[in-house]
Design a protein. Structure first.
Length: 313
């Protein structure tokens, strides 16, 4: 059968680096040959150059000199149209700013036809130094029995530096009480001599002399006196029959006892009460038990700790 579906339209990509006529000839083998032409103006690719400033610490603002020797182009820098610093018949020059170490996208756009050249540049930067650490134990105020203190370091790109502990008096005046050099992959330990308020300072440098710091406030309670035996024998002889805490005066008290399977066998909120070695009115077997203590002393010291006690029959 015959149908009139018109003629197929073909698309051809034509690339050229110079201005010229493009002639298109079409023939169906029956009709006269058809011709058409169009003049294609090929804009020359822009000639440009980027001069970066000195290497700076990561994130600092750096100056970038951008020069285009092809006339008729404007510069978009980080998606903003910018004004040239100066321009003459030979070149147009822009002075832009960039954050050292971070990529900046730029566009050179031909002002009449809108042709664009797109690129990306990164201002020179030293390693992205960062200082960071945490205090272990991570308590709001650390009981004296939990000393010493360890600084868990998670800094990056440090070459040198130091740790320092500063004692703070009631007037905010600080005195250095501990100092030690920084070493990569090392979490130093500090044993304070006195309770009180402290600030721990970490200062580090990278290969470019860039400096980063981090600080942490540390509170340390004064020593408190308390005692829990590590063994007792509830055999009714009147000697060491109870597992009982002896301590300075308390505002709050909690004592929990767990067997080897993690089952709670006894709990008390009264420091005058001791465990007699019974579980559900039956004698608990000999063995090692875990004792969890939560103590609030009258001076404000809060202590939560775990001890292991042996029951002997």
């Amino acid at each position: 059968g015959w149908s009139h579906g018109g003629f197929a339209v073909s698309n051809t990509v034509f690339q050229t680096d110079s201005s010229q006529f493009l002639v298109v000839t079409a023939s169906d083998g029956c009709s006269d040959v058809a011709k058409d032409s169009v003049f294609i103006t090929a804009l020359p690719a822009p000639t440009w150059e980027i001069l970066l400033g000195d290497t700076l610490c990561y994130g600092e603002q750096s100056s970038v000199l951008f020069t285009c020797e092809t006339p008729g182009y404007s510069l978009w820098w980080n998606n903003d149209l910018t004004s040239p610093e100066y321009s003459n018949s030979e070149a147009t020059t822009w002075i832009e700013s960039a954050s050292a170490g971070s990529p900046i996208e730029w566009h050179l756009t031909e002002s009449i036809h809108g042709c664009s050249t797109i690129g990306e540049t990164v201002a020179l930067a030293y390693s992205p130094l960062s200082a960071g650490f945490s205090i272990n134990p991570g308590l709001e105020c650390i009981p004296w029995d939990f000393l010493p203190i360890q600084m868990i370091d998670f800094s990056q790109f440090a070459m040198t530096g130091f740790w320092r502990a500063l004692a703070l008096d009631e007037n905010g005046v600080s005195t250095t009480v501990w100092n030690t050099p920084y070493a990569q992959s090392n979490s130093p330990i500090w044993q304070p001599d006195q309770p009180g308020q402290y600030q721990v300072l970490l200062q580090i440098e990278n290969e470019g002399g860039c400096i980063a710091t981090d600080t942490a406030e540390v509170c340390i309670y004064a020593p408190v006196n308390w005692f829990l035996a590590d063994q007792f024998s509830p055999n009714g002889d009147g000697l060491n029959d109870l597992l009982q805490l002896r301590s300075e005066p308390l505002n709050a008290f909690e004592m929990r006892v767990y067997n080897r399977w993690g089952e709670q066998v006894w709990i008390s909120l009264d420091p005058e009460e001791g465990w007699d070695g019974h579980q559900r009115d039956k004698s608990a077997p000999s063995g090692v038990y875990a004792v969890q203590l939560t103590l609030d002393f009258v001076d404000g010291t809060h202590l939560k700790t775990m001890r292991h006690v042996t029951l002997v029959r």
